[in-house]
Unconditional design. Structure first.
Lengths: 368, 381
């Protein structure tokens, strides 16, 4: 079915508060982008390179779910969405908060956004989990005083077809927003688009989402062969919310094209993808949806299975060797020789002296 | 001088003069199509035509030659089966350019089958060249458009053939063209009939082509038009017909702006741990919004039903992302036009948002057509 998971849904609800979606042709109909329009928050999609991600990983960091910036208030907002609140998530959240509050991370974001001076961590969840997270953060903050942490919870008002966001914990540095969140909270429309292909997605979902986006390059006819080629840059240009390294994107494409060869061929050397001329769309869709459900381990098992199958399929039949050395030389001579076939009497070339006066015969078989 | 060489000396005025003469004296039909292209595709048309001609499957070799006036061209389709280049299928193209689109007004006099087959084949082959979409609602309300252009005294009658059969929209290629002669009635009557059927039985009628008779100041003419702005002038005052074309071009151009929704991003550079990185942000995303009319019943259910599964005949692959009360979000991929959009709906409104830097006009037109035929007859742009 290809549905959003609760975690992705939360990311997209948050995204819809900062995306400036302008309706046409009528006047605004839904409160989309209220955080952007009324409070000046904007989304930032940093394309970290491999080195940067490697360094961040070494220091125990990962890319936050969303990054917002309020240039007027000189604020950087780190958003972490939590669709559940188990012991593991509690532990992970503690580590995340610890890292985002650290001096190490401060050095990173200060370099990225030199104009900003403050950081805030927003933990975004459903209303029920929001209350639990608020209690947890309250306990944690008594022990230590990290960065300014805010907990938001969302509730869906079905009759009014909108999401209502409330604050459950913390005080915003931005006083205008704080006042709003203390009183009415925020309302936003359900997500109108789908944001992010990034490493926070489960592996199957990541490959599925890239695959889905690759499909939009397919056409029923191509003018030239060149039109069938999709480069990594083409993909990144068309989908600016792809936040992953080139290496990772290449890997996803390699997996995708091996699992669904109907899409086309992948050139791992150049990272280019050559789309199939007449793709079978229903087959592609069915396979894509199957990938979505798979974990990285399952994908790898499937890849191994496919490559084994391919190995058998394309294994060359054994062809009789045309020239065997034992048949070429007279059998008797080979059997009589003492392991050096070129010693045979017909191999004259090895018995002559060459122009340089080198005697192969005496060099190879010195007289005792 | 051969006929083709003679045509190359034409200007638009000269062509229209000749066309008027032929229509009056020889009772010939004039076929007029409005084509849209992107500027870069139009500039590459000679090369595209070479590719097209080189294909084994193509029945024609095509050439485009400038005529005696700027932006006026002669396009010839030479049959590969004929040994000589005699009797080509030819079109006169008047071209109007702006920064976003090239609008091509294509005229032809020859037999219906020949010109439709040849031009259709080229348009199918060329991505980025398409017949301008006006839609069923425009055909149904054509009298309002004519009144705006020719004034209140203009009287327009229409006969129609629906493109639906047993609740299913017929594929474009099986639609009958031109329409068989039928009784002409005021368009208001057709609208009333369609509305009554909709309110009574919930049946939606969409029109893929209509035949009109226009009477103004003692002059009259008959023509038919499809929802892809393919016009056949049948008989009557050709000069009066020509006065309608420019406003029609303006209208098709206006619709293009509505169908093309863009998303704007900006990019700036920064560093992290001494390494250069790019930071992008979405500045603005344009959406196309339709609100639910009061008369429409089961709006939300119909939208969900329509887009929950693929629509293979339209080459649409749909991935449902959210479904349930009160919202629906689907990623629609159009393999015909190489583009994709996000369509979201609640029980009150529907939005179409680009899934890439901009939507392709053909994709949105196709979706609007589907919505008109299956969900709400009043939807249009």
């Amino acid at each position: 079915m290809g549905r959003m998971t609760p975690h992705e849904f939360l990311i997209n609800v948050m995204g819809s508060t900062v995306l400036n979606i302008v309706p046409f042709p009528t006047a605004p109909v839904a409160p989309s982008g209220s955080l952007a329009k009324n409070f000046g928050y904007a989304i930032r999609l940093p394309k970290f390179g491999e080195t940067v991600q490697g360094l961040m990983k070494k220091r125990g960091a990962k890319i936050p779910d969303l990054l917002l910036v309020n240039e007027k208030e000189k604020l950087l907002i780190i958003i972490e969405c939590k669709s559940d609140f188990t012991f593991e998530i509690e532990e992970r959240l503690s580590k995340q908060i610890e890292f985002y509050s650290s001096e190490e991370f401060k050095a990173i974001w200060k370099e990225m956004f030199p104009d900003l001076s403050n950081i805030e961590i927003w933990v975004f969840s459903s209303k029920d989990f929001g209350k639990k997270i608020a209690k947890f953060i309250g306990r944690k903050e008594k022990k230590k005083n990290p960065a300014n942490i805010i907990v938001w919870g969302v509730e869906f008002r079905k009759a009014r077809e909108e999401a209502h966001i409330q604050k459950f914990y913390g005080t915003h540095i931005d006083t205008k927003l704080n006042k709003q969140m203390e009183s009415e909270g925020l309302t936003c429309s359900p997500p109108r688009t789908e944001l992010l292909v990034d490493p926070t997605l489960a592996y199957g979902e990541r490959v599925f989402r890239i695959g889905r986006r690759i499909l939009s390059f397919l056409a029923i006819s191509y003018l030239t062969e060149k039109d069938r080629i999709v480069t990594l840059q083409n993909f990144m240009d068309r989908y600016p919310d792809t936040i992953m390294t080139e290496k990772e994107l290449k890997r996803c494409l390699r997996y995708l094209l091996k699992l669904i060869p109907e899409i086309g061929e992948y050139n791992s050397a150049t990272g280019e993808l050559v789309l199939a001329k007449r793709p079978s769309l229903d087959k592609i869709k069915a396979k894509l949806e199957r990938i979505q459900e798979m974990t990285e381990a399952e994908i790898k098992v499937e890849l191994t299975r496919i490559s084994k199958k391919l190995g058998v399929k394309f294994k060359r039949p054994k062809v009789k060797q045309k020239t065997k050395i034992s048949e070429w030389f007279p059998k008797k001579a080979v059997s009589e020789s003492f392991g050096l076939p070129f010693r045979h009497q017909h191999v004259e070339i090895l018995h002559r002296n060459d122009e340089l006066g080198f005697d192969f015969e005496s060099a190879l078989f010195p007289n005792p | 001088m051969s006929l083709i060489e003679n045509f190359k000396t034409y200007t638009l005025d000269l062509f229209l003069e000749d066309a008027t003469r032929q229509v009056t004296k020889e009772k010939r039909r004039v076929y007029c199509d409005i084509l849209i292209s992107y500027p870069n595709i139009f500039d590459a048309l000679p090369r595209i035509m070479d590719y097209y001609s080189d294909r084994k499957r193509s029945h024609w070799s095509v050439s485009i030659s400038p005529c005696a006036e700027e932006d006026f061209f002669l396009v010839c389709f030479f049959s590969k089966e004929m040994e000589t280049n005699e009797n080509p299928v030819f079109f006169f193209w008047k071209v109007f350019k702006d920064d976003k689109y090239v609008t091509i007004l294509s005229f032809s006099f020859q037999s219906y089958m020949e010109i439709r087959r040849s031009l259709d084949s080229l348009v199918r082959f060329t991505r980025g060249l398409w017949f301008a979409w006006v839609g069923s609602r425009f055909l149904e309300n054509f009298d309002l458009f004519v009144t705006r252009v020719l004034g209140e005294r203009a009287n327009i009658l229409a006969s129609f053939q629906t493109a639906e059969e047993k609740g299913e929209v017929l594929p474009r290629k099986v639609r009958v063209f031109p329409l068989p002669p039928r009784k002409f009635v005021p368009l208001g009557d057709i609208r009333k009939w369609a509305k009554d059927r909709y309110l009574r039985d919930g049946e939606i009628y969409t029109f893929s082509n209509m035949r009109y008779r226009l009477i103004s100041d003692g002059m009259d003419f008959t023509f038919s038009m499809t929802d892809r702005s393919r016009i056949t002038f049948e008989r009557g005052d050709f000069t009066l017909f020509v006065t309608l074309i420019r406003p029609l071009l303006v209208e098709t151009r206006r619709k293009l702006d509505a169908l093309r929704r863009n998303s704007y991003t900006t990019m700036r550079e920064s560093t992290v741990l001494g390494k250069r990185i790019e930071i992008q942000t979405f500045d603005r995303i344009e959406s196309l919004v339709f609100r639910k009319p009061q008369e429409t019943k089961r709006w939300y259910d119909k939208i969900v039903g329509l887009f929950s599964s693929d629509i293979p005949e339209q080459k649409l692959i749909n991935f449902t992302l959210l479904s349930g009360n009160p919202y629906f979000l689907v990623h629609i991929i159009d393999a015909e036009n190489s583009s994709s959009i996000y369509l979201s709906a609640t029980s009150e409104e529907l939005q179409i948002v680009p899934a890439e830097p901009s939507t392709k006009e053909g994709t949105v037109a196709k979706i609007v057509d589907l919505l008109q035929a299956k969900v709400d007859p009043s939807i249009s742009v």
